[in-house]
Design a protein around this ligand. Structure first.
Ligand SMILES: *Cc1c(COP(=O)(O)O)cnc(C)c1O
Length: 478
């Protein structure tokens, strides 16, 4: 397909700028362009067709099933967008006087309260811009706590090998050394390995739960006890809270702080990299260290406050405010009954699809009941037929299904990680299962067709390394 610049013809164009209704003022000479900007010139109908054609070349949640594990590309209710587009929210200025921004402060305050309730935490900061940023913020809380007690020996963070990859990275960014503990054969934290890692240098633990293989660790209370007895604190990576929200709370499992991903669990579209939001919640004793400002309520008035021993800001102003608006809309429209129902739907859908695929011959990395997602291993299939997880993922595209997450988590070989989400109907899951099983059959009878898939998409198999390392994202005028 042609680029918009290739469709451009000099002299065509929209020219729809309204007449100027403010006094003209000349820019200083050094701030002016020397030539015309290289903008495409194209009529309205051709422009509309161009973008429609572009949109048809990609696959989104509105096109079909999108079971991308660990990312929760869920359906985002349109009412969230309507709320986030209200002029009172989009037109607000962060430096406005508090008394003129009471509605926005109320949104921040009520979201803090709701997330505190859902996670079982006493205080929440909405500043972090994403999940990994929330992890980093939570670790700075742990560091500030130990430092305030004058305990400077605690330099290590324990990270199980089933943690999300961002966990060790955030720990290092926050100045800690990472100690890995292995998983046992069921995919849970190895308790003996954990006990062996304890000592006076342990600052805390970072645990992803449900973990990256989609399992809820049944020893969770024992794990947090082991850390607390050694004087450490417990951090909960709640990026995938959609399996447990409204049912189990990190605060009740013994965790001291947590982050959640509003752009995963609380419905903000996050394809293409943002914007996100990774609020951090903590227990009362950590609240004084939170980044500020946080929203407070005094009588009937809302105001900003900076916690007494705050370690400083992690982002400008209050974070990604419109993502917070969407999350609050989602929470309020689901309500106290809807939130656990969504979690139950997510878990039910994942188990339903897992059972169908397991019965049909796919090998599960960890058989048994899963949470909101499950991981298959295609290692044996590859040995038998030469067909890899990548081949299966590519072939799914021919049937209008977005590939699951591939080759993640790293502890499972030839992994495909499938997350249906709660919004999919039984019919969609049945159709998807049929496609998966058809592909398995093809792997045994016509593997070549899989090695060359997809056959029906605008682009087949780009060189993934080059595409990731040196993407061409800009058109340059001659
Ligand atoms: C997605 C994810 C993260 C990172 O979140 P970002 O918003 O991408 O930074 C961390 N932990 C888990 C378990 C996740 O699934």
């Amino acid at each position: 397909m042609k680029l918009i610049f290739e469709r451009s013809r000099s002299g065509r164009g929209l020219g729809l700028l309204p007449p100027c209704d403010v006094p003209r003022c000349e820019l200083p000479e050094n701030a002016r362009r020397t030539g015309r900007p290289a903008l495409p010139e194209i009529g309205e109908i051709d422009l509309g067709r161009h973008y429609t054609e572009l949109a048809k070349q990609t696959h989104g949640v509105n096109d079909g099933f999108y079971p991308l594990g660990s990312c929760t590309m869920k359906y985002n209710p349109r009412i969230n967008e309507e709320m986030a587009a209200l002029p009172g929210f989009t037109g607000i200025h962060p430096l406005q006087e508090e008394q003129t921004a009471q509605g926005c402060l109320e949104v921040l305050y009520r979201t803090q309260k709701a997330l505190g309730e859902i996670t079982g935490m006493d205080a929440v900061s909405l500043q972090p811009a994403a999940g990994a940023h929330g992890e980093y913020t939570g670790l700075l809380l742990i560091r500030a706590y130990h430092q305030a007690r004058g305990d400077l020996a605690r330099t290590k963070i324990i990270v199980p090998d089933s943690a999300h990859g961002t966990n060790p990275a955030s720990a290092v960014m926050a100045g800690f050394k990472v100690v890995n503990v292995p998983s046992d054969e069921h995919g849970f934290v190895d308790l003996d390995g954990l006990r062996a890692a304890m000592g006076p240098d342990v600052a805390g633990l970072m645990l992803t739960n449900p973990n990256t293989v989609g399992l809820f660790d049944p020893n969770i209370r024992t794990i947090t006890d082991i850390i607390h007895e050694a004087g450490g604190l417990c951090y909960y990576d709640g990026a995938n809270l959609n399996a447990v929200m409204g049912i189990a709370r990190p605060g009740d499992m013994g965790f001291d702080c947590v982050h959640v991903n509003l752009h995963k669990t609380f419905s903000t579209p996050h394809g293409g990299g943002g914007p996100g939001s990774g609020p951090v919640g903590c227990k009362e004793f950590l609240a004084p260290f939170l980044p500020g400002p946080v929203a407070e309520k005094k009588g009937d008035t809302y105001a900003f406050a900076v916690p007494a021993q705050s370690f400083g800001r992690v982002r400008t102003f209050c974070g990604n405010f419109l993502v917070v608006v969407r999350a609050l809309t989602y929470i309020l429209s689901l309500g106290k009954e809807g939130i656990p129902a969504a979690a139950q739907g997510a878990v039910l859908n994942a188990n339903y699809l897992m059972k169908k695929l397991a019965d049909g011959g796919y090998e599960m990395a960890y058989p048994g009941i899963c949470m909101h997602e499950f991981v298959m291993t295609l290692e044996e299939l590859k040995k038998e037929t030469g067909v890899s997880a990548l081949d299966v993922a590519k072939r799914l595209l021919d049937f209008g299904i977005h590939p699951p997450t591939m080759y993640f988590p790293l502890i499972v070989h030839e992994a495909l990680m499938v997350e249906p989400t709660e919004t999919e109907s039984r019919e969609t899951l049945d159709e998807a299962a049929e496609v998966f099983l058809k592909i398995l059959d093809e792997a045994k009878n016509d593997p070549e067709n899989l090695h060359t898939a997809p056959h029906r998409t605008p682009i087949g198999r780009p060189d993934e390394v080059t595409a990731a390392r040196t993407p061409v994202l800009r058109w340059k005028a001659e």
